[in-house]
Design a protein around this ligand. Sequence first.
Ligand SMILES: [Cu+2]
Length: 153
Amino acid sequence: MLKKIQKTSKLRKLTWYGLGVTGLCVLAYFVMLSMIPVNSTYPVLGVPTNHYIKAIYTKNGAIFVTTSTKGAKKSFESISKPIVAGKLGELITIHFINEDLEKHNLNLDEFNVHSDDVGYFGTYTVTFLADKVGKFTFYCASHPQMSGTIIIE
Ligand SMILES: [Cu+2]
């Protein structure tokens, strides 16, 4: 009788242990998935550089403005055709924020970045691997005047 109880509790422990390991594996799987840049098929380890791209309203129509940070301070430059700079091999995270009443989207074809339409004060975050050098154009598909340049060196 006692042996049977011991056996059952052992089995129970084993079951919980099994469930725990399975849970951890599932968690690890999703963490790994989240580390895959949008233009890659495998996870890339690294701390991405954060770039912020805002869509703002001006009297000449909406434009993109940008800023990038490594620290806490952010300041946006209100110039049209902004430039985002990165280095080859770097993970780049773009936070797109729409501060215009109209919907906008963000596209960077060469790195497979395509957002849906983002509404007023909506955001879209994407991480990609800067795996080629050159000058690339990001743009809003709905508004031809909205574009900027990404330079990877
Ligand atoms: Cu737009």
